[in-house]
Design a protein around this ligand. Structure first.
Ligand code: CS2
Ligand code: MG
Length: 412
């Protein structure tokens, strides 16, 4: 099993995706997701210029050693570009190994620990009536857990709130469809934390009154609060029994989380922007979070995320892997296999890709009764249709950003 071909494929069906395809001399192929939203081409360059030349001629069966080699030999460790590139190699090698074994990947990772993965979807609305409709529409699509994001009076555009107008393609309102946001410059949105904090608890009260106590509800704070603001919000949301409050403060500061933790029992989820197990080390050890938000694509692959989850299991901390549409179907499927196998699975974020994406990436996962399953095809269970991929060239696309009313840049 010698790697004799490595292709980096960039395609933009509903949004940009970067995929690594490895081929071995005995005819096995493997796919890995290297998509870094808004900075895609930097990973393409890292792979093409620095990783592909090192892979050609190497043994595809040596997954751990290849990971260690790419991580340690570069000397310059970590960072989103490096780790997305290493992640793609790691996924592709697991895909090859599982295909060679004739097994779905989850079997190689230890076998299934459950029959399916509880998944949550993204409901949002500028106003309560829109939000309620969005929650109902997600329930109709079988979601049994719902993330709730709301507009805030006085703020025009907030990331995470779907708007029909922003969706150039028409159809169901979504906030992640890129075309309306594509261009040479990112879109500016506005933010005011005090208005948000005044408004949010009332929204959760209304949602609980309307949908009852059973429905698991989640909320993403998107790194926008100070520790004290997050502590106050967590405390005020306690009566509404959230499944989790995500990224309540900028994820880099462990001290901030300590302060939040001292004041609230609302469960906390952190880590979608983390790149290595080291980012999780102290907050897991100090039990400052309840859910690990890493994604295989941004954490350096299946190998390190599995290690992170094993470490987290010592502290009863569960998974809540990042699953927006900027994780490609390859990355999503890879983490479904991991989620099925580990003991401490919590929940999987699942936003659903667009129809064009589903034609480019042929997938074998299933979504039934609110549960995901990666399927039983050998490998990760995703193949890339090169003809379809070729129809959609890369398009420059940036994430939006926030400024306060006086023009100050703010976390979004
Ligand atoms: C969000 C993401 O899914 C989430 O929790 O935070 O939509 C995130 O903003 C994007 O993945 C950024 O690329
Ligand atoms: Mg998030």
């Amino acid at each position: 099993m010698i790697i004799d071909k490595a292709e980096v494929i960039v395609t933009s069906p509903d949004r940009n995706f970067v995929t690594l395809k490895l081929t071995t001399n005995d005819g096995h192929t493997g796919l890995g997701d290297a998509t870094l939203n808004g900075r895609e081409l930097s990973v393409v360059a890292y792979l093409q210029e620095h990783v592909v030349p090192l892979l050609i001629g190497s043994d595809a069966s040596r997954i751990e050693d290849t990971w260690q080699f790419l991580y340690r030999s570069a000397y310059w460790r970590r960072g989103p570009v490096t780790m997305a590139a290493i992640a793609a190699v790691d996924m592709a090698l697991w895909d090859i190994k599982a295909k060679a074994a004739g097994m779905p990947l989850y079997q190689l990772l230890g076998g299934a620990s459950r029959s399916g993965l509880l998944a949550y979807g993204h409901a949002s609305g500028k106003e309560l009536s829109e939000l309620f409709d969005s929650i109902r529409s997600h329930q109709d699509q079988a979601y049994r857990a719902i993330r709730v994001q709301t507009g805030v009076p006085g703020l025009k555009a907030i990331y995470g709130i779907a708007s029909q107008a922003a969706d150039a393609g028409g159809g169901e309102a979504r906030y992640d469809h890129e075309p309306a946001r594509r261009g040479a410059k990112p879109m500016q949105e506005d933010w005011d934390t005090r208005s948000y904090l005044r408004h949010l608890p009332g929204v959760f009260e209304a949602v609980r009154n309307e949908f009852g106590p059973e429905l698991p509800l989640l909320h993403d704070g998107h790194h926008r609060m100070t520790p004290l603001q997050a502590a106050k919000l967590g405390k005020e949301l306690e009566p509404y029994d959230l499944f989790w409050l995500e990224d309540c403060t900028p994820a880099e500061s462990h001290e901030a989380l300590k302060l939040v933790r001292q004041h609230t029992t609302t469960p906390l989820a952190i880590g979608e922007v983390f790149n290595t197990v080291w980012d999780f080390k102290d907050i897991v050890r100090d039990q400052l979070i309840d859910y690990v938000r890493g994604a295989v694509t941004h954490m350096g692959g299946i190998t390190p995320l599995k290690k992170t989850m094993e470490y987290a299991s010592l502290y009863q901390i569960k998974s809540g892997f990042h699953g927006p549409t900027d994780i490609s179907p390859v990355g999503m499927a890879a983490q479904m296999h991991l989620g099925l196998a580990i003991h401490n699975f919590g929940i999987q974020e699942y936003m659903q890709h667009g129809a064009k994406t589903d034609e480019v990436f042929e997938q074998s996962f299933t979504w039934q009764n609110g549960l995901l399953h990666p399927g039983d095809e050998p490998g990760i269970g995703v193949e890339l249709n090169a003809d379809e991929a070729g129809k959609y060239p890369y398009e420059q696309a940036y994430l939006p950003y926030n400024r306060l009313a006086d023009g100050t840049m703010h976390d979004w």
